[in-house]
Design a protein around this ligand. Structure first.
Ligand code: PMP
Length: 452
């Protein structure tokens, strides 16, 4: 191993650079190539990261779709610091602390319809998803429908990395190394259809009928065996796939017809990404449960949560009152730092009108992104709210290589993008200015020209 790979390129320019890159086994990372040429962030403020060698990088992805209000918002920082000094930790098993109740009420008020109870996970979206799946199964037993044990996900769905999440998820690379996963899971077909919907602005026109795939699964397995369906309203991590017009509505109808719970995984679409509180509001579809994380705390402290409808919560509030109703929870469920961060985050969203800002910026964002039509290698452009994707023609026999190359080139020019497969995914913080949108798009245009 050479000295560079042990110390990182920035070691000579910043005392914060690590001495040894070896021990950290990085998640979802090509560790060996990263450690040959590491990219290290040491600071963040507003729309920008600072690299270890002192460069500013415009954050085109809000971290991992999560820093909705921009980095190191002073109110959120202060709230976390104050909470850390006042009470670092308190359990939520048979004990409580006020901020957990306060944040749950605030989130419940934001959730649509009678989604009025909130269960807090600790780490983030994966735990929120596993929590929701477990609640779905337990709920069916609770109402005397214990044969409903089957869970339905969707191809190209991403629901985090827990065993529940990868089982209902539809990404082969995330599934194939880990055995048989949960049994009794099946998948709807995905909705991505470049043949009919390429360069759609907003929601694609074609494909609502793909929701009928649920009828196929009902015919195959029988409704009496199916507990829940989980989908992302907009599939994020597999390349920003918008639901075709009418698709989610149809899915809701079929779930209702067969007594199947509908779970929206809103880890990305929750908290303003589409210009509304939740994706459910944007689409006007009422799910039975909503998973959330990321924007809940502006990512400053990890936290996940599940919102459930009243009848689901009520179904558990039976039996002797001193008995625990749901045998599930985490040491860090409703962690005080996360609750403090969450409360401050929701204040910032509201007082700065950030969700409305997304709605106001969305047409400009759409226009700017679609100006890349015709740029080299581009085969599709998609957008909704403040989320977008530019799909590239893959190099034959070398999938992902072209997009990876683009990611590196943009980073060198000071613009942070994310790529998934051969798709560029964009999701900037809501505080982005129009000039910064232009800069992202122009950097992409320039770099696309130089790609093989
Ligand atoms: N669900 C969705 C829809 C997500 O986008 C993600 C993360 N990208 C997760 C679940 C998992 O969240 P986490 O990485 O916080 O566990």
């Amino acid at each position: 191993m050479n000295e560079l790979s042990k110390t990182g390129a920035g070691a000579r320019t910043d005392t914060r650079a690590p001495n040894n890159l070896e021990s950290f086994w990085m998640p979802y990372t090509a560790n060996r190539s990263f450690k040959q040429a590491p990219r290290l962030y040491v600071g963040a403020k507003g729309m920008y990261y600072t690299t270890v060698d002192g460069r500013q990088v415009l954050d085109g992805t809000a971290g991992l779709w999560c820093v909705n209000a921009g980095h190191c918002n002073p109110r959120i920082v202060q709230a976390i610091q104050d909470q850390a000094a006042e009470m670092d930790y308190a359990p939520s098993f048979q004990m409580g602390h006020p901020k957990a109740f306060e944040l749950a009420s605030r989130v419940a008020q934001m959730l649509p319809g009678d989604l009025d109870h909130v269960f807090f996970a600790s780490g983030g979206g994966s735990e929120a998803v596993d929590t929701a799946l477990k609640i779905a199964l337990a709920y069916q037993r609770q109402i005397g429908q214990g044969t409903r044990t089957r869970l339905i996900g969707r191809e190209r769905g991403y629901h985090g990395t827990g065993f529940g999440g990868i089982s209902v998820g539809g990404i082969v690379a995330n599934r194939k190394a880990f055995g048989t996963l949960l049994t009794g899971v099946d998948h709807l077909r995905h909705t991505h259809d470049l043949g009919r919907n390429a360069y759609s602005r907003g929601l694609p026109q074609h494909g609502a009928e793909l929701a009928d795939d649920l009828e196929r699964l009902v015919t195959l397995h029988d409704a009496s065996t199916i507990a829940a369906v989980i989908v992302e309203p907009v599939a994020g991590s597999t390349g920003v796939l918008m639901p075709p017009q009418g698709y989610l509505q149809r899915l809701r109808q079929i779930c209702d017809k067969h007594g199947i719970l509908l779970i929206f995984d809103e880890v990305i679409t929750g908290f303003g990404r589409l210009g509304t509180n939740f994706g459910a509001d944007y689409f006007g579809v009422q799910p039975d449960m909503v998973t959330m994380a990321k924007g809940l705390t502006n990512a400053a402290v990890p936290a996940g949560a599940v919102g459930v409808r009243k009848h689901i919560y009520d179904a558990f509030m039976t039996g002797p009152e001193h008995m625990i109703e749901l045998f599930h929870g985490y040491t860090y469920s409703a962690h005080p730092l996360a609750m403090a961060a969450g409360l401050a985050t929701l204040d910032v969203y509201r007082e700065e009108g950030l969700f409305q800002r997304v709605a106001d910026l969305a047409p400009y964002w759409e226009q700017a992104l679609h100006s890349l039509k015709g740029a080299r290698h581009v085969i599709d452009i998609r957008n909704l709210g403040l989320i977008g994707a530019v799909e590239l023609e893959p190099i034959a026999g070398k999938p992902t290589a072209r997009a990876y190359d683009l990611f590196i080139k943009c980073f060198e020019k000071g613009v942070g993008i994310r790529t998934t497969g051969d798709i560029v995914a964009l999701s900037p913080p809501f505080i982005i200015e129009k000039g910064e949108i232009d800069r992202i798009v122009e950097t992409l245009r320039e770099c696309l020209q130089t790609l093989d």
